[in-house]
Design a binder for this molecule. Structure first.
Ligand code: CMX
Length: 435
């Protein structure tokens, strides 16, 4: 059964579940909302639905019900590879099923046909100032391709129908997913490698071809696979996923939706944190320990100085998680195998011991444990991707796997345009009994 046939079958079943919930149980209460949630970024309010992934505060992310160790173990791998095919993760997120090797190959072939980057995107990127942030180039490249949207074409032709709208959305999702690694590598080679481009190799899988286009030898293909799989999704309330869902709820296509999401991912409290971690560690090594691995006492002092200056410790804490991020642990395991002698990894490991007790002692940090960003930058640095600014682009390529799967399902289930209600401060004061 092809991916599209499989999805059609799943969508039909899921529509019945959603319709029953709406028709018979629409008035069942899911949550109550407090003033601190309304003022405090809607934290924790249960108000969205996705089956692509679920973030348990204690356990971390589950992709379609599978934990990270399960995903890394169960998804098919190519002979000799340490990490599974990225295409397998995309298949899992779209369909909810662990693909067979054949399913993966079919999807990989589909993506290969779609990966050419339009020439006008390259021209536009080259016309932009070279000091433009790579996330700006990335988001601009995505929105520039909006003219390719099959959903927009379908809508403009007057074909919109709630039953079929997911089909051109799937086409767009496959097109965009295929092009993002090419776009990312193009930006990297243009900006940091003096316009020396390496063509895509049609024989390689998504992770392998990304490493090829970046110009980085093995095991960077496995680093790319791991990075994209781990960053694929983190349920739907985070800034990037939510932005894409919100924009798509207006029936904007995936190009508009995903480029908007990238604006959110570029923020320092979201995707940018992985570059902050590395910057912060290198500043420590340069200014406090003469370029060497610091002692534990030097490290403690640096952590305390950072906090005293009013800054957060990058890579630590999380809005939902209350334990060490399993994405951190998966990357740590890889680093323990491949980066044993890397001095920055030595500092990352020491921070894992030093930071949590200090953050806990502040009494206000809800999660003193490391998140994914505490570990990912050092691995990139180790393999020669030393341009921190680029790390969020890598995050953006990986995050598309989950966000695009969600957008296909948003259209399949006919989710409504988002329109939460805002209130005034006067109203809050009145409800609080202040007046
Ligand atoms: N260092 C210092 N203080 C921290 C902290 C950290 N790493 N994490 C949280 N705090 C502080 C908050 O600033 C807040 O202080 P104030 O009350 O004085 O404002 C207090 O602890 C309570 O915050 P929280 O409820 O524990 O955390 P939030 O949900 O508000 O914020 C996050 C979550 C990630 C923004 C925050 O932990 C942080 O800034 N971490 C560092 C940046 C980072 O690593 N971001 C990447 C997150 C991963 C992702 O989004 O993908």
């Amino acid at each position: 059964m092809s991916l599209k046939e499989k999805l059609a079958e799943k969508i039909e079943q899921q529509r019945l579940r959603t319709a029953k919930l709406l028709k018979e149980y629409g008035d069942v209460k899911v949550d109550e909302v407090t003033i601190s949630q309304v003022v405090g970024g809607m934290r924790g309010i249960k108000s969205m639905v996705t089956d692509i992934s679920y973030l348990d505060p204690e356990e971390g992310i589950r992709f379609r019900g599978y934990t990270i160790p399960e995903v890394l173990e169960k998804l098919p791998k190519m002979p000799g590879a340490e990490m599974p095919y990225v295409e397998g993760q995309f298949y899992l997120l779209l369909t909810g099923e662990i693909p067979t090797e054949e399913d993966v190959q079919e999807l990989a072939e589909e993506l290969k046909k779609r990966k050419a980057l339009p020439e006008y995107v390259k021209d536009m990127l080259r016309a932009m100032p070279r000091d433009t942030h790579p996330m700006t180039l990335f988001a601009a490249g995505i929105v520039a391709m909006q003219r390719e949207s099959k959903f927009a074409e379908y809508y403009e032709a007057g074909h919109f129908n709630k039953n079929t709208a997911w089909e051109p959305t799937l086409e767009d999702a496959l097109d965009l997913m295929a092009k993002l690694p090419v776009l990312g590598a193009y930006i990297y080679r243009m900006k940091y490698r003096g316009d020396t481009f390496i063509p895509s190799n049609p024989d390689l899988d998504l992770g392998g071809d990304f490493a090829n286009m970046m110009g980085i030898p093995k095991p960077y293909d496995d680093v790319a696979r791991m990075y994209f799989i781990l960053h694929a999704d983190h349920e739907s309330g985070n800034v990037s996923a939510h932005t894409a869902h919100l924009v798509a709820s207006a029936l904007s296509d995936v190009y508009y939706s995903y480029s908007a999401a990238m604006g959110g991912l570029a923020g320092p409290l979201h995707g940018l944190a992985n570059q902050e971690v590395l910057k912060w560690i290198q500043e420590l090594m340069k200014n406090k320990s003469g370029g060497k691995v610091p002692t534990k006492d030097e490290l403690k002092k640096f952590v305390e100085e950072t906090l005293a200056s009013g800054q957060v410790i990058p890579g630590y804490g999380h809005a939902v998680l209350r334990k060490t991020d399993p994405r951190y642990m998966a990357q740590r395991e890889f680093a323990l195998n491949h980066l044993k002698d890397d001095p920055i990894f030595a500092v990352v490991s020491m921070l894992f011991e030093v930071v949590p007790p200090i953050l806990s002692s502040l009494g206000k940090v809800k999660n003193p444990w490391p998140n994914v960003d505490a570990q990912s930058g050092v691995i990139q640095w180790h393999y020669g991707v030393v341009e921190y600014d680029f790390y969020t682009v890598l995050f953006g390529i990986g995050r598309a796997l989950g966000v695009l799967a969600n957008l296909v399902w948003d259209r399949a289930l006919g989710y409504a345009i988002e329109r939460p209600k805002s209130v005034t401060t006067d109203m809050l004061e009145e409800w609080a009994g202040i007046h």
